[in-house]
Design a protein around this ligand. Structure first.
Ligand SMILES: Cc1cc2nc3c(=O)[nH]c(=O)nc-3n(C[C@H](O)[C@H](O)[C@H](O)COP(=O)(O)OP(=O)(O)OC[C@H]3O[C@@H](n4cnc5c(N)ncnc54)[C@H](O)[C@@H]3O)c2cc1C
Length: 404
């Protein structure tokens, strides 16, 4: 029987296991993850989970699912290396090192939090947030902190800042760029979020580099920003993530801002595929290869791969979508905004939400919505069908969003 080994315990790995089970994949499936928990939802880590000491592990599927589907879970087990010639993995677990053979290997290794050179993961006083274990550490530390300093005004940094503020903390966010989320969202959304977070009482300092950390007896007790010391009871580094390509690169697979795959998630080695945050992949709507960090991308790439492994190959063409909850603001994005798009503002027909639609000529390329889920979903359906609304109609909330 074919043995398919999935390396990773995140959204992509869990979805692949589920899709293979759904399609009655005939081989044996083994999922190897270095995390101690069964695969869980990562988004709540920066939102609900760090607020609630009672919050349980947000499992993607219960243990019974894996058992019933006959999927073997090897948790707390790290893959150290891939021997492509022998089709074997070197594993490390608390029981020691061992070997696992594969006929097909899937790398779903995700992304790793980018580390501050002066405060690697584990530095007392500095928190990173990528895993459930890190979320638990942050949840335990937050009650004792009065002043929280967040490094990075990206999605995770802003979500944690909003959550910490809701818990009554004094919060300062340092962002090196002149606007929030500069690479991911349009200026209209950056401005809105800046205003919203400042109104909530978060001190956001744009265009400010953190030069270093203030250390006392091995513990970070503040940061130095623009030459000034800023004290902190707790520092959170939310300075982005990098694709986890170590295994792939060491095994000689092509990596370029991610493990390079084709439209069916195949690497250059016919026995190895890759899915999720760790991949760099082609997409028909964009000229350059993409690398995305989103639940949608992890799930849809897993479904694309499951289809190929079950003999129904199809290219990956899913329209990207994403969400981020920041305090009272629910941001939803479909498509990818790029500078140069023509932007159309559309107030929500009810409430104080709004959307910004981004066009390339007459083609709708992206929609960013704040507390406007109806318009977001309508535009997402249009984009998935390759359709676009008329720009003048799009600006008028009295007209529903439909194809021109
Ligand atoms: C705090 C936080 C909030 C987020 N919020 C949102 C959101 O609101 N909306 C959204 O769309 N996305 C959000 N994301 C992003 C989303 O969680 C990721 O895009 C998604 O988890 C990607 O899934 P993945 O399976 O590719 O990678 P991951 O979920 O990162 O999983 C990778 C897995 O591989 C394991 N692994 C890596 N190397 C090895 C090895 N050598 N041996 C064994 N195991 C290994 C890792 O431990 C991990 O379990 C958030 C992410 C974080 C961290």
């Amino acid at each position: 029987m074919t043995r398919l080994v999935i390396v990773g315990g995140g959204h992509a790995a869990a979805q692949l296991a589920a899709s293979l089970a759904e399609k009655r994949f005939s081989g044996q499936v083994v999922l190897v993850s270095d995390e101690a928990q069964i695969p869980y939802h990562r988004p709540p880590l920066s939102k609900t989970l760090i607020k609630d000491p009672e919050a349980p592990l947000p499992e993607l599927r219960g243990a019974a699912f894996y058992e019933q589907a006959g999927i073997e879970l090897r948790l707390g087990t790290r893959v150290l290396s891939i021997d492509r010639a022998r089709k074997a993995l070197r594993l490390s677990s608390p029981e020691g090192e061992s070997e696992l053979a594969y006929e097909h290997l899937v790398l779903a290794t995700g992304a790793k939090a980018r580390e501050l050179p002066q405060a690697p993961i584990g530095t007392p006083g500095v928190h990173y947030l990528r895993t459930y274990a890190q979320a638990q550490a942050l949840r335990d530390a937050l009650p004792q902190a009065r002043r929280v300093v967040v490094l990075g005004g990206g999605f995770i940094g802003l979500e944690i800042a909003a959550t910490a503020r809701q818990l009554g903390k004094e919060v300062v966010v340092f962002e090196a760029m002149p606007r929030l989320l500069a690479r991911a969202v349009s200026p209209a959304i950056s401005d809105f979020l800046l205003e919203t977070h400042r109104q909530a009482g978060i001190d956001i300092r744009l265009g400010t580099m953190v030069d270093g950390l203030d250390m006392a007896q091995g513990r970070a007790i503040g940061v130095i920003a623009g030459g000034e010391p800023v004290p902190a009871d707790l520092i959170i580094a939310g300075i982005g993530a990098t694709p986890d390509v170590e295994l792939a690169r060491d095994a000689g697979l092509d990596c370029d801002n991610g493990i390079v795959v084709d439209a069916t998630m195949a690497t250059g080695d016919p026995a190895i595929s890759a899915i999720g945050d760790c991949t760099s992949f082609p997409h028909p709507a964009w000229p350059q290869p993409l690398r995305l960090e989103s639940v949608q991308n992890a799930n849809d790439q897993a479904k694309t791969l499951a289809a190929r492994l079950c003999g129904e190959p199809q290219p990956y063409t899913a329209v990207p979508w994403f969400w981020s909850d920041q305090g009272e603001a629910r941001l939803q994005i479909t498509g990818l905004w790029r500078p140069g798009h023509e932007s159309v503002l559309r107030p929500a027909s009810r409430g104080n939400g709004f959307s910004v639609l981004h066009f390339d000529g007459v083609q709708l390329r992206a929609i960013e919505s704040v507390n406007s889920p109806v318009d977001q979903m309508a535009a997402r359906r249009l984009m998935q069908a390759g359709q676009s609304p008329d720009k003048a109609m799009a600006a008028d909330p009295a007209h529903p969003l439909k194809a021109a």
